[in-house]
Design a protein around this ligand. Structure first.
Ligand SMILES: C[S@@+](CC[C@H](N)C(=O)[O-])C[C@H]1O[C@@H](n2cnc3c(N)ncnc32)[C@H](O)[C@@H]1O
Length: 275
């Protein structure tokens, strides 16, 4: 099982060290390229960091002479583009750990494999976000902060509907988490000020907060239904990549490179061009 590499300049060095072969890393941010190159030079690793746009027509040139294309947590279209370049260049090996399936240029998901193309499933960006909306890595404190914040927001919404007859949800911008500690009444005063709403006298803050908490649990139950589809949807997307590689003559294995508690984006697709 591979160690999860979080720092962007570390994936290339590990691959380079393990294989003993040279690596070219394509990265958009100049500062990351510089930091990566300094690290590689310092440790005498045969690596070259190239600043560039993976979506530019010339980006495929980097894959032409490469024997192993690797992308760890490259978002949406980025890893799809790498798969397409690798397939076009008949690259001997491909290792991909996909993430952020919703970061695509098209309005809807464009399947890669012929089987997925024949499917009636039409996925928009909101649908594609679903696999990422899980909190297996969130601890108890994050969960209880979410309970407080969402209950406050829903309680404020109940207040506006009940006391001011506002029929639709009024979105309140993100809040400094420290303000939540000052209580529901302070939150309502803050939110009303930001939205230019004058609150009436004699508000039963306690009652509206209780209502917000009740609604929180209802929202959680609705979320549970969505939850059931998270991993199956992610696997559908992953299998689309797997099938595409197979259609293009690759032997493909599918596995997990770390525990889900470390990162739920733990799928690893490995393709080897069949001889
Ligand atoms: C999620 S990070 C990759 C994570 C990294 N592999 C790791 O293990 O930590 C995505 C990276 O892609 C880079 N990036 C985004 N768009 C790009 C583009 N069009 N061309 C090249 N690099 C891009 C970002 O700057 C970022 O460093």
């Amino acid at each position: 099982m591979a160690r999860v590499v979080r720092r962007k300049r570390v994936l290339g060095p590990i691959a380079s060290r393990n294989s003993g072969r040279g690596r070219t890393t394509l990265e958009w941010q100049e500062s990351l390229c510089q930091a990566g190159q300094e690290y590689a030079d310092k440790h005498s690793l045969p690596m070259k960091f190239v600043q560039g746009d993976a979506f530019s027509p010339k980006s495929g040139d980097h894959v032409l002479k490469c024997d192993h294309a690797v992308a760890l947590h490259a978002c949406g279209d980025l890893h799809v583009r790498l798969i397409q370049h690798a397939v076009n260049a008949r690259t001997a090996a491909v290792s991909i750990s996909p993430c952020c399936y919703h970061l695509i240029n098209d309005e809807y998901y464009m399947p890669l494999s012929s089987i997925a193309k024949a499917s009636h499933l039409k996925l928009d960006k909101d649908n594609l976000k679903l696999p990422l909306q899980e909190s297996v890595t969130a601890g108890q404190s994050v969960r209880s902060k979410r309970f407080v914040e969402v209950s406050f927001r829903l309680g404020f919404d109940s207040l506006l509907r009940d006391r001011l007859g506002i029929a639709s949800y009024v979105p309140v911008p993100s809040i400094q988490k420290s303000l939540l500690g000052e209580g529901f009444e302070r939150f309502c005063i803050w939110a009303a000020k930001i939205k230019g709403i004058t609150l009436p006298e004699g508000i039963d803050y306690h009652g509206f907060l209780a209502h917000g908490e009740e609604r929180f649990f209802l929202v959680e139950q609705m979320e549970t239904v969505r939850t059931i589809f998270r991993r199956p949807l992610e696997l559908w997307l992953v299998l689309d990549r797997v099938l595409f590689l197979k259609e293009q003559g690759y032997e493909v294995s599918l596995g997990e490179f770390c525990e889900r508690e470390l990162t739920p984006r733990n799928v690893l697709i490995q393709g080897k061009l069949a001889q």
